[in-house]
Design a protein around this ligand. Structure first.
Ligand SMILES: C[S@@+](CC[C@H](N)C(=O)[O-])C[C@H]1O[C@@H](n2cnc3c(N)ncnc32)[C@H](O)[C@@H]1O
Ligand code: SF4
Ligand code: SF4
Length: 461
């Protein structure tokens, strides 16, 4: 599921010691998102493929008396509606909103707790009242028994820290007795350990640093994505987006909504641009959050985002080709060790220039020239083979005509064939027999075949 997290207000009643809102690193304010803006945000989220709206991120959603209206909007758009709450709210003042919100169509309500008894509960949930949480839960369970909110999934979410492990079984029993689901998640940060003191980039957990820490991080950032192996990606960047009550997108739901992490106004930025801005954000490139294997659709989304910024790659290639210079009458002399190839040639399937030449990368190399090749020509290729390509037939195609070349390993060999295709051509294709990954495919994702040092093409009179 792809989730769009939206804070419709800008406050929380509690001061949880492991949460940036609780620490008031994000200050409470009276701001809220208008229902009109919310509708537009949900409409865009749906159009962009999000199938779930989470009406929370760094706030307590039930503090908005209008929450049921927002939930109705989500349901009108046919999306899954997720709400997470501390539920530490005086029932006399808040239960009506809770009930109306459930009736309006919350699909999943998770209630976060960190203890069964008040003493343990308030270590993390500072300012909270576990008795109110229980009263609200028991009234919700009654609504369920009465059949008023039968479709909602309700779960008691236990935030597990080292000091509250003992509470897990009693909370589980309590959830079972009310017919609620029970889930356990590892609490991040530690209530006894103020999170503002965690500043190291090396720590392998997400840290809710102060905004100054982030600004320092930006000064020292590294673009090398040191925590991300090749073929890995963060699921938060691909599958989620976080929006505050002003309608602004922020880096991701793992970090506080600091101004340095603001991406821009959600309604004004296309999804592709949001993805690129987040992916290239200095905090994201240096972030230690665990990654997952990248999927084909991740790859398509990122490549697609670049394409929509730069234009369609095939079209660009055509434009580029149109601009390349015509082939000189004397023919072509190409040294592949040169960083800049001649203006009459565009290539695909070759790696960057090295002191001796260039490796092929992938199944084929295409050499496209700025004008038609002579009707008859000789083609000399100087190359060496990589690994299992040694001695294998290399098919070289010019239109309908193919010739075979064979290269040895480690030593460059120059081979010549004559071509006289039935119709004039402007390109030569070289099919690599056995494209082979390098010894460290996690760092170098190329598949090598031939090492080209030079090429010579001459008209045959
Ligand atoms: C910041 S809260 C906001 C919603 C609501 N105020 C609440 O506490 O559930 C968003 C999510 O973070 C989770 N959460 C809160 N404190 C956490 C912690 N220390 N470690 C891991 N998750 C936490 C909550 O369970 C909730 O799912
Ligand atoms: S209740 Fe939720 S938003 Fe509020 S301080 Fe605790 S974790 Fe943060
Ligand atoms: S890598 Fe870090 S900053 Fe980037 S999306 Fe994931 S958690 Fe957020």
């Amino acid at each position: 599921m792809s989730v769009c997290y939206i804070d419709i207000i800008d406050k929380c009643n509690l001061r949880c010691s492991a949460c940036p809102r609780g620490l008031r690193l994000l200050k409470n304010s009276t701001e809220s998102m208008s229902i009109d803006l919310f509708k537009k945000v949900v409409e865009k989220a749906k159009a962009e493929g999000y199938d779930e709206i989470g009406i929370y991120n760094w706030t307590e959603p039930f503090l908005s008396k209008a929450l049921p209206e927002y939930i109705s909007v989500v349901k009108e758009f046919g999306l899954f509606c997720d709400v997470t709450s501390n539920l530490s709210l005086k029932p006399q003042e808040h239960f009506d909103t809770i009930e109306q919100s459930l009736v309006a169509g919350i699909d999943h309500l998770a209630v976060s707790v960190s203890g069964y008894g008040q003493a343990v509960y308030e270590v993390n949930h500072v300012g909270g009242n576990i008795s109110w949480v229980k009263q609200n839960l028991e009234r919700i369970a009654q609504l369920r028994r009465d059949g008023n909110i039968s479709s909602a999934r309700i779960s008691l979410r236990f935030l597990k820290f080292d000091y509250n492990i003992e509470e897990e079984s009693v909370l589980k029993e309590y959830a079972n007795s009310l017919g609620l689901d029970f889930e356990v998640i590892d609490g991040m940060g530690h209530p006894n350990n103020p999170v503002t003191s965690y500043v190291s980039e090396e720590d392998s957990v997400i840290l809710y640093n102060s905004e100054e820490d982030f600004l320092n991080k930006l000064k020292n950032f590294t673009p090398s994505r040191i925590y991300e192996k090749n073929r890995e990606i963060c699921f938060l960047i691909m599958d989620t987006v976080s929006i505050d009550c002003k309608g602004d997108v922020y880096l991701c739901c793992a970090y506080p909504n600091y101004s340095s992490l603001r991406i821009g106004a959600y309604l004004e930025i296309p999804k592709d641009d949001i993805l690129l801005k987040r992916y290239t954000h200095p905090v994201c490139t240096s972030c230690p959050f665990p990654r997952r294997k990248a999927t084909e659709s991740d790859c398509k989304a990122l490549v697609g985002a670049l394409q929509s910024r730069l234009g369609n790659s095939n079209k660009l290639q055509d434009e580029y080709t149109q601009n390349i210079e015509p082939l000189p009458k004397s023919g072509a002399e190409v040294k592949f060790s040169k960083p800049k190839l001649p203006g009459y040639l565009s290539v695909s399937g070759l790696s960057i220039a090295e002191s001796w030449g260039r490796w092929s990368n992938g199944d084929k190399v295409i050499l496209k020239f700025g004008s038609k090749l002579p009707a008859k020509f000789s083609l000399t290729i100087s190359a060496m083979a990589y690994g299992p390509n040694a001695g294998e037939p290399v098919i070289v195609k010019a239109g309908n005509q193919t010739k075979e070349y064979k290269f040895g390993a480690d030593v460059t060999r120059s081979l010549t064939s004559d071509f006289f295709p039935s119709v004039p051509v402007d390109a030569i294709e070289i099919l690599i027999p056995k494209p082979t990954p390098t010894p460290s495919p996690s760092r170098d994702t190329r598949r090598l075949g031939l090492g080209f040092s030079s090429l010579s093409l001459r008209a045959i009179p």
